[in-house]
Design a binder for this molecule. Structure first.
Ligand code: T3D
Length: 261
């Protein structure tokens, strides 16, 4: 059975982490496949929205620690290399994906699994889901964007405690703190996520890509730099077929039919 399921249907690419016996923890091979599918979703013009989710009771428990035990005296694994080659490319692929990424957090999301979930554009969690910055429990720091995202989402005091105490944050708290978009009952999650993804897949794809660029550049920009970026991105969006269609549909009092071009 494959550890990452990949399906493209009606403009939506769905990547499902599928190692439920290990709470969908990542092996190196699984991350390589995950990265390949993220790349396929990014370059396939027929794909206009992406869904990330997991099978079983977990979204993902981060790195498979079975691959990380070190006997005294042995050379420890180079975790920097692992981040550089596998985790960072995945996070970068999600953030720079030129189409919306919806994450359906179906259960516990721990370690890098938590931060992969939090790096999606719209994150919906099942009510029973939990986010665990488990890293400090094994002497590590939050990676996969955790030290970037957490302070910005929840503020430094909460981010620091979440990282050091490594306590599970339940889905409702995560929403209240601004880490995620919404929480739904467990049995509703698949339909809610599919509904959001299909709505986004019928939307102005190039406009969405520009929204991502602007939003993700914002924390590192001055106000003036951001105004300049908005000008440039809006110029580009204004040349899209979808802008023309959106304005025409408004004036003709009908729903727009976006092509994603
Ligand atoms: O190393 C690098 O390349 C650098 C990058 C690092 C990124 C990282 O992600 S580091 C952080 C790694 N992840 C963790 O530390 C999380 C470890 N897991 C947990 O803390 C807990 O399992 C959970 C909080 C996720 C869930 O707890 P619970 O009580 O619901 O489940 P459980 O009983 O602990 O786990 C169920 C099974 O999944 C169990 O296996 P078993 O005993 O039934 O055969 C458990 O060992 C396995 N499992 C869970 N997480 C992992 C795992 N097996 C391997 N690796 C895991 N990460």
């Amino acid at each position: 059975m494959t550890d990452v399921l990949f399906r493209i249907e009606s403009g939506v690419a769905t990547l499902t982490l599928n190692r439920p016996g290990k709470l969908n923890a990542f092996t190196a091979e699984m991350l390589d496949v995950f990265n390949i599918h993220l790349h396929e979703a990014a370059i396939d013009e027929a794909v206009r929205a992406v869904v990330l989710t997991g099978t079983g009771r977990a979204f993902c428990a981060g790195q498979d620690l079975g691959d990380r035990s070190v006997r005294a005296g042995d050379e420890p694994p180079d975790l920097g290399e692992s981040l550089e080659k596998r985790y960072n490319p995945a996070i970068r692929a999600i953030r720079s994906m030129p189409k919306p990424v919806v994450v359906g957090v179906n259960g516990v999301a721990a370690g890098a699994g938590a931060n992969i979930a939090l790096s999606g554009d719209i994150v919906v969690a099942a009510r029973s889901a939990k986010f665990v910055q488990a890293f400090a429990r094994i002497g590590l720091i939050p990676d996969s964007g955790g030290t970037y995202l957490l302070p910005r989402f929840v503020g430094l005091p909460r981010a620091m405690a979440v990282a050091m105490l490594a306590e599970p944050i339940d889905a409702e708290t995560a929403q209240e703190w601004g880490m995620i978009w919404s929480v739904v009952d467990d049995d509703e999650l698949p339909d809610v996520v599919a509904g959001l993804a299909s709505e986004l897949a019928a939307g102005p794809t190039r406009g969405f890509a520009a929204i991502k660029k602007a939003m993700y550049a914002s924390p590192g920009n001055t106000f003036d730099e951001q105004l300049d970026l908005e000008r440039d991105l809006q110029r580009e969006a204004g040349r899209s077929d979808d802008y023309r269609e959106g304005v025409a549909a408004f004036l003709e009092k009908r729903p727009p039919k976006f092509s994603g071009r």
